[in-house]
Design a protein around this ligand. Structure first.
Ligand SMILES: NC(=O)c1ccc[n+]([C@@H]2O[C@H](COP(=O)([O-])OP(=O)(O)OC[C@H]3O[C@@H](n4cnc5c(N)ncnc54)[C@H](OP(=O)(O)O)[C@@H]3O)[C@@H](O)[C@H]2O)c1
Length: 268
C-alpha cells in the first residue's frame, strides 16, 4: 500500500510524523509540495520517502492520495490529479471547507472509479494522539485497510459530512481556543505567584489532573467541581464569580463565529 501526500505544511508534516511513528515505512510514502525547498527538507528528515514535483507521477504510484493543501489550492491540485487513471484509488482530503461534492467537480474525472473521503484531524496526529473526523460519499465505504492506516493516529470518529466541520472547530481550532484559556489561567495565577514559569507549571499540572481524573472515569466534571467546592469555603467563593460570568456565552460565540467562517469557505 503506497500513500501519496500532497502538501507538507503544518498538517502535512504532522501526518508524515504520525504515519511513520505508527509503523508505516518511509518507502511507502510519496510526497509532493509546491516548492523544492519543502520537499528537500522532508527528504532530509525521512530519507526513505520518495519526493516528486510531479503530481501525476504521485497519483499514478499511490493507492491512497491525501490532499493537505489550503482550500484555495484545491482546484488546481485536483484538476491535475484528475488527469490520471484513478481507478481503484482512494482520495482523501484533509482540507477544511471543501466538500466531497466540490472535490468530484474539481477532479473532472469521469472515466475512473475511485473512492472519495474527507478527514478532519488535529495536529495531535503527529504524536498519534489526534482527533480525526471521517466522512465518505453516500453509498460508498472506505476499505478497512485504509481505515487501519489512520486508526493509530488518534481518535477516529466517523460522521456524516454535514457534521464534519464541527470537528474542525471543536477539535482542530479547539487546540488554539484551549491554549488561550490555559494562557489566561496562567496569567491570572502569575498575579498571585509573581512568577510566570511557576504559574505555567501549575497550569499544566492542574489541567492534566482534571483530564486524568475525568478520563479515568473516576468522576465527571460536575462531580469534581462539587467535591472541591466545600460549602462556605474559598473555592466556592471564587466559583460564584465564574458561575455568574458569561464564560459559556463567550465560548458559544467563539465556536459559532469560527463555524460560520468554515461554513462560508465551502465551494470557494
Ligand atoms: N493546521 C491545522 O491544524 C489543520 C487542521 C485541520 C485541517 N487543516 C487543513 O489542512 C490544510 C493544510 O493546512 P496547513 O496548516 O498544513 O497549511 P500550510 O502550512 O500553509 O501548508 C500548505 C502546504 O500546501 C502546499 N501547497 C500549496 N499549493 C500547492 C500546490 N499547488 N501543489 C502542491 N502543494 C501545494 C504548500 O507547499 P510549500 O510548502 O512548498 O509552499 C504547503 O506545504 C488546509 O486545507 C487546512 O484547512 C489544517
Amino acid at each position: 500500500m503506497k500513500i501519496g501526500i500532497i502538501g507538507a505544511g503544518h498538517l502535512g508534516k504532522a501526518l508524515i510524523a504520525g504515519l511513520t511513528q505508527s509503523g508505516m515505512k518511509q518507502e511507502q510514502i510519496i510526497l509532493n509540495a509546491r516548492s523544492k525547498e519543502t520537499l528537500e527538507a522532508q527528504k532530509q528528515k525521512y530519507p526513505g520517502m520518495e519526493i516528486t514535483t510531479d503530481k501525476k507521477e504521485l497519483a499514478a504510484k499511490a493507492d491512497i492520495i491525501v490532499l493537505v493543501v489550503k482550500a484555495q489550492n484545491a482546484g488546481e491540485v485536483l484538476a491535475e490529479i484528475g488527469e490520471t487513471d484513478l481507478n481503484g484509488k482512494t482520495i482523501i482530503s484533509l482540507m477544511a471547507g471543501v466538500t466531497l461534492d466540490d472535490m468530484r467537480k474539481m477532479l473532472k474525472n469521469t472515466g475512473s472509479e475511485y473512492r472519495l473521503a474527507r478527514m478532519m484531524p488535529t495536529v495531535g496526529i503527529s504524536i498519534c494522539k489526534g482527533v480525526i473526523g471521517v466522512s465518505w460519499e453516500n453509498g460508498q465505504t472506505i476499505s478497512e485497510e485504509v481505515m487501519d492506516l489512520f486508526r493509530p493516529l488518534g481518535y477516529l470518529i466517523p460522521l456524516p459530512e454535514e457534521k464534519l466541520e464541527s470537528i474542525t472547530i471543536t477539535a482542530a481550532s479547539g487546540l488554539a481556543f484551549t491554549a488561550t484559556l490555559m494562557k489566561a489561567y496562567r496569567d491570572s495565577c502569575t498575579r498571585l505567584t509573581g512568577d510566570t514559569a511557576i504559574s505555567e507549571a501549575i497550569t499544566l499540572r492542574v489541567f492534566e489532573n482534571v483530564i486524568e481524573t475525568v478520563r479515568n472515569g473516576d468522576t465527571t466534571f460536575e462531580q469534581l467541581i462539587e467535591q472541591i467546592c466545600t460549602k462556605g469555603g474559598t473555592t466556592e467563593a471564587g466559583m460564584r464569580i465564574l458561575e455568574n460570568s458569561d464564560l459559556n456565552e463567550i465560548l458559544n460565540q467563539t465556536l459559532d463565529t469560527a463555524y460560520a467562517r468554515v461554513s462560508g469557505l465551502k465551494g470557494k
